[in-house]
Design a protein. Structure first.
Length: 230
């Protein structure tokens, strides 16, 4: 075991929230992955503003997003968590995604997006689409989300001030299907053309290679104050 592996093992022993944490993008005036090596690239008019914890990625609803390396997100069981706030009401805008186009024309992978006041978690596998959603997203409010899949259930949890704590589930054994090249992004759908760019800030995105627990979600929500990892 090398020095850095030893340090990471010691951190995980102290903080269970670091177990199976693959990436963390905190938006503190950069696109760095604070836990791994998957640093992103700022695209379009991406800027930074005060977010939930420190700074956040600020999308302009036009061409701003974070492009991660191809194939950064190709999970089986997984959790994605983070915070967002909309500045305007989009017809459809993407918070995060890992999509690839198949030779037969299917867009495969996973994503989280907002549209019509709903937050929608979606998995696609060669023509099969599974979705779970929460309706009640408002402009200007700050929301914590957790979207996860454990091989049998898709779960979307949304938390915010005013007692909002809603969980939506869908029984499903459909895993995301991935192409040879998967385009991973924060704040837009795909990359290169910035489809469905997000109008507002996105903060403290964490990616786990497992379905995290309710208790761990509560710790990340941290009584509406948020938490950055590591």
């Amino acid at each position: 075991m090398n020095y850095y592996s030893l340090i990471n093992s010691m951190k995980k022993a102290v903080n269970p929230l670091l177990v199976s944490l693959v990436g963390a993008w905190n938006g503190n005036s950069n696109t760095n992955d604070s836990i791994g090596s998957n640093t992103g690239t700022p695209m379009g008019g991406l800027t930074y503003v005060a977010g939930k914890v420190g700074n956040a990625f600020q999308g302009n609803g036009s061409n701003a997003y974070v492009k991660l390396g191809d194939n950064t997100w190709r999970p089986t069981n997984f959790s994605y968590c983070g915070w967002f706030k909309m500045d305007s009401a989009p017809g459809g805008a993407c918070i995060l995604s890992s999509w690839g186009s198949s030779a037969t024309g299917y867009n495969n992978g996973l994503g989280l997006y907002v549209g019509g006041g709903a937050l929608i978690f979606q998995i696609r596998n060669s023509g099969t689409t599974k979705s779970v959603s929460y309706s009640g997203i408002s402009i200007g409010n700050q929301y914590f989300f957790s979207m996860k899949f454990d091989g049998t259930t898709m779960t979307l949890r949304v938390m915010s001030t005013g007692g909002i704590d809603q969980t939506r589930t869908l029984a499903s054994t459909t895993y995301p299907s991935f192409e040879a090249t998967q385009y991973a992004t924060i704040g837009a759908y795909r990359y290169g053309s910035a489809d469905y760019p997000f109008p507002g800030w996105i903060d403290a995105i964490d990616y786990y290679s497992r379905a995290i627990t309710i208790s761990e979600e509560n710790s990340l929500y941290n009584s509406y104050t948020g938490l950055e990892l590591p």
